[in-house]
Design a protein around this ligand. Structure first.
Ligand SMILES: Cc1cc2nc3c(=O)[nH]c(=O)nc-3n(C[C@H](O)[C@H](O)[C@H](O)COP(=O)(O)OP(=O)(O)OC[C@H]3O[C@@H](n4cnc5c(N)ncnc54)[C@H](O)[C@@H]3O)c2cc1C
Length: 501
């Protein structure tokens, strides 16, 4: 059936922009509709975690983003306890503090370069899903409705998602904290730590730099929670900051102040027929831990290649459903963890605060517990469910590794294909018919395993070569079974080149 494009995306936030880039890279015709007239200069998220940076590295844009921010390798939690990120097993052993508009700029430039069509002043107002097509109504700058036909519609349109509402998808959950004050300010005496956070009695304060002389302050007073529409005054924020961290650092010249309340909500399913939800449209939670944008970008990284495979007709039957099967539990876990973290940080009674500080201190000093906390906060610990009898690496994040051709694995992933790591350990014809979807590479040093790495840098399949020595045919048969499971039927035509960045 005729369509204007293969995929329509509502929303040019971090989720929609990463997704658009991945779809365009795969050669899928996609258009992003964004209701704002231009790119936003304000920021909500300012923490980019290690796993997100790895996903950006697999797209060739991590180093550019790192250049815009400040790496923080120690995270102060509460009561002086600190989480050490410097030992994370990654190229990015830190949290990057950078404004959300920088992340969006980098993602938008990449998406445009790869051919994605991004239209501002274009609000998705209605849609109708049919068996083969979705009709999407969009109101552009002239306010007139226009109808487009797309194969798929992705709602990446944020917390108040129009797509989710029209779909009638429930968004169950609750408000967790009210009347949190935000301000972007300058300081006469800037804080000594890159990130400052503390809670004392009924007061909480968090301060992070944008790197250009401006700072974001988040402040909360348990006993002063007016409605969100009540204007914020700088004096209010100064007072709470002094109570929570002992000084207001000579805060002045606010360029923006606001009040918000935080909710914990998640849709029951990320897919309904030809409509998919991703990012804040599918889940929202407290900003504690800075997980929202990171989880959203990683939703898009999981969805992009699966949707591209479906559009291009080579996806195995259940591939697109694995998006919900994999990302819904991750969203649920993030809701649980960030909610727990928020409650811990905002603990009220003095006695409990003492116990909390003791526990936080102990947890960050016990190496195993500290590693678990760092893996959880950074996203490095995320993995997807694997069959019981699978190799232990299956479903796990693929660690970067040097290749014999002097590239790294994450550089080899940049064209959006699967990567089969283990060159020379299987007959070359084992990947016949998959040349358009799979890149074989040889590690710089023997690893003792053959691994098939997905385009989103998770291990699809692995096999120990030490346990299977001298059985190349067996290896070839197993590789072909893994390729059929993940990459569909082998092609009969010659492989095609794919654009890369
Ligand atoms: C105070 C605060 C601090 C935060 N700090 C962090 C942090 O440090 N780290 C972190 O990871 N996350 C943080 N977050 C969360 C983070 O900002 C969001 O999770 C992230 O922006 C989600 O990205 P998204 O693309 O899914 O949605 P959004 O960024 O909300 O983008 C959705 C886009 O869709 C557009 N849109 C909406 N409706 C329509 C429509 N009908 N048609 C077309 N376009 C539409 C909107 O204009 C918007 O541009 C914070 C949030 C808040 C409120």
């Amino acid at each position: 059936m005729f369509t204007d494009f293969d995929v329509a995306i509502a929303g040019a936030g971090p989720t929609g922009l990463l997704l658009a880039g991945d779809l365009a890279r795969a050669g899928v015709r996609c258009t992003v509709f964004e209701r704002r007239a231009e790119r936003s200069g304000l920021t909500r998220a300012f923490a980019v975690h290690a796993r997100t940076l790895e996903e950006l590295d697999a797209r060739g844009v991590a180093d550019e983003l790192v250049g815009t921010g400040i790496p923080v390798s120690e995270l102060r939690i509460v009561g002086g306890a600190a989480l050490d990120l410097s030992r994370l097993p990654t190229r990015f052993p830190y949290l990057l503090v950078t404004p959300q508009y920088e992340t969006e700029r980098v993602l938008e430039e990449r998406a445009r370069l790869l051919g994605a069509d991004i239209r501002y002043d274009s609000k998705v107002t209605r849609f109708t899903g049919h068996q083969d097509v979705v009709e999407v109504e969009v109101r552009e700058h002239d306010g007139l409705p226009r109808l487009f036909r797309a194969g798929w519609l992705v709602g990446a349109d944020g917390m108040h998602s129009t797509v989710r509402k029209i779909l009638g998808m429930p968004f169950p959950g609750k408000s967790v904290v009210r009347s949190v004050m935000l301000a972007d300010v300058r300081f006469a005496q800037p804080p000594p730590d890159v990130v400052t956070m503390n809670a004392v009695g009924d007061f909480f304060c968090f301060i992070a730099p944008f790197g250009d002389g401006w700072y974001r302050v988040i402040a909360w007073d348990r006993h002063n929670q007016p409605p969100e529409s009540t204007p914020v005054s700088l004096d209010e924020i100064r007072d709470v900051t002094r109570e929570a961290v002992g000084t207001d650092f000579g805060m002045h010249d606010p360029r923006w102040m606001s009040r918000f309340h935080s909710e914990e909500r998640q849709v029951p399913a990320y897919r309904s027929g030809r409509i998919l939800l991703a990012g804040d449209a599918a889940h929202v939670h407290s900003p504690a831990g800075g997980q929202g944008m990171n989880t959203s970008i990683q939703d898009a990284a999981n969805l992009g290649w699966k949707l591209a495979a479906t559009v291009q007709g080579w996806a195995p039957e259940d591939l697109l459903d694995t998006y919900d099967a994999e990302r819904h539990p991750v969203g649920k876990q993030v809701l649980r963890q960030s909610g727990a973290m928020l409650r811990v940080v905002l603990t009220g009674p003095r006695l409990l605060v003492g116990a909390r500080n003791l526990l936080a201190g102990a947890a960050t000093r016990i190496p195993y517990a500290a590693r678990m906390l760092a893996d959880g906060a950074s996203g490095i610990g995320i993995s997807y469910r694997a069959p019981r009898d699978a190799h232990p690496l299956t479903g796990k994040r693929a660690a970067d590794l040097p290749l014999a051709d002097s590239r790294r694995l994450y550089e080899a992933l940049r064209d959006g294909r699967f990567v089969l790591v283990g060159g020379g350990q299987f007959p070359p014809n084992a990947i016949d018919g998959y040349g358009d979807r799979v890149t074989p590479v040889t590690p710089a040093a023997a690893t003792g395993t053959l691994t098939l790495i997905r385009p989103d840098a998770y291990t699809a399949w692995a096999m120990s070569t030490t346990a299977n020595q001298g059985a190349p045919d067996e290896r070839a048969a197993e590789i072909r079974a893994a390729l059929a499971r993940w990459c569909g039927e082998p092609a009969r035509t010659a492989p095609q080149a794919v654009a890369s960045r």
